[in-house]
Design a protein around this ligand. Structure first.
Ligand SMILES: Cc1ncc(C[n+]2csc(CCOP(=O)(O)OP(=O)(O)O)c2C)c(N)n1
Ligand code: SF4
Ligand SMILES: [Mg+2]
Length: 351
């Protein structure tokens, strides 16, 4: 409950990261979500990822829409910037914030209702514009907060808790992100923290639009037989295409990866991503093949998880717009006002 404050004390031997912070320093308020909700596991993976990367919390801006999923930024990174926007409008607010200050690390948190129903247009545009962010979609196939209506990601033929069958075709958000030009596309499962945490770390390091769809069961409204977003269904149909490990720049790699099937991908910032290939036919550098494999798996009722696509030549919105590097709040009057002569020239050009 929000009125219960977390005790500040912690065990003196809790491990510290390079900055001297413990995982407790990356936590937020006590969660008000239902016990067992997948969204809380995603918050735990986010805490782990930011702690392991030793990112100073004040360098992070968390933005979300409306829904149980969009409430979660209150439950992690309590010392970061945060903005709980309007339903489905997180992407445009995140884009604006990013344009005003590119020095922060942008984290968008959304739900399937927030992104695939009311916010579908915003979702598509933020991907195609290549906004530098990590966009986490906590996908449970229902509107959890408003008591379990089917969302646009619910599979056709899947059953609601009270027995109704979903007759509409599902929107597959990873396919859409690929189609829209996202340069990092992944899918994971809230019950697989080992897979999700390195994916989040790699997404944070990615210099463009990074999208992770996380299947996150809603225990209150979508965890029964007949649901294709339940813990049991995902455990039985999860087809993991690869596993990855991520090393930030200048860190010694301590694990031996001489075994076959490992792809090494150097990041622009000096980081290294190692992909252990688990699926013989899966090539995450081929957008068209990725799209075909995702569709074929969905046709068989399987859920492909892992890093599904990574573009080696990612670019972000600032590169497209040729914007000023310094954050707007650091600009003085001299930088902001071009002067009367320049204004006159601009006006003359418009006449
Ligand atoms: C403009 C507007 N329309 C409708 C609502 C009602 N509403 C609140 S949350 C929600 C759906 C949330 O679903 P999702 O994004 O999947 O989040 P979840 O609760 O499942 O995590 C809806 C329809 C609203 N708050 N604002
Ligand atoms: S209603 Fe569903 S999504 Fe919302 S907190 Fe409960 S389990 Fe999670
Ligand atoms: Mg939902």
């Amino acid at each position: 409950m929000t009125y219960i404050t977390k005790p500040r004390l912690h065990h003196p031997t809790l491990p510290e990261n390079k900055l001297g912070y413990t995982r407790r320093d990356y936590e937020g308020k006590v969660s008000t979500l239902c016990a067992g909700c997948g969204h809380d596991s995603i918050s735990a993976a986010l805490i782990q990822a930011f702690w392991e990367l030793a990112i100073e919390p004040h360098r992070v801006a968390k933005l979300s829409g409306i829904g149980c999923s969009s409430k979660t930024p209150d439950y992690f990174l309590g010392n970061s910037h945060g903005f709980n926007t309007v339903h489905g409008r997180m992407p445009s607010v995140l884009t604006g914030a990013n344009l005003a200050n590119r020095d922060l690390i942008y984290l968008g948190v959304s739900g399937d209702g927030d992104s695939a129903s009311i916010g579908l247009g915003q979702f598509a545009h933020v991907m195609r514009r290549g906004v530098n962010m990590t966009y986490i979609l906590e996908n449970n196939g229902v509107y959890g907060l408003t008591k379990g209506q089917f969302s646009a990601t619910a599979d056709k033929g899947s059953k609601a808790k009270k027995g109704a069958t979903n007759k509409d075709a599902a929107i597959d958000t990873v396919s859409l992100a690929l189609l829209m030009g996202a340069t990092f596309v992944a899918r994971s499962f809230s019950g697989d923290k080992k897979q999700l945490t390195p994916l989040i770390k790699a997404a944070i390091a990615h210099p463009g639009a990074a999208f992770i769809d996380v299947i996150s069961p809603c225990v209150a409204f979508n965890n029964h037989a007949g649901s294709t977003k339940s813990y049991d269904y995902i455990r039985e149909h999860n087809e993991v295409v690869n596993r990855l490990d991520f090393w930030p720049s200048r860190e010694t790699i301590t694990v031996d990866y001489s075994a076959g099937g490992v792809i090494e991908v150097p990041g622009a910032d000096g980081s290294i991503l190692k992909l252990r290939k688990l699926h013989a036919d899966y090539d995450p550098s081929d957008r068209i093949n990725a799209q075909a494999m995702i569709s074929s798996a969905a046709h068989k009722g399987e859920v492909l998880t892992g890093l599904l696509f990574l573009s080696p030549d990612a670019e972000d919105l600032h590169a497209h717009l040729n914007t000023f590097e310094a954050p707007f709040n650091k600009l003085g009057e001299k930088d902001l006002c071009p002067g009367a002569g320049m204004l006159e020239k601009i006006n003359a050009g418009l006449r």
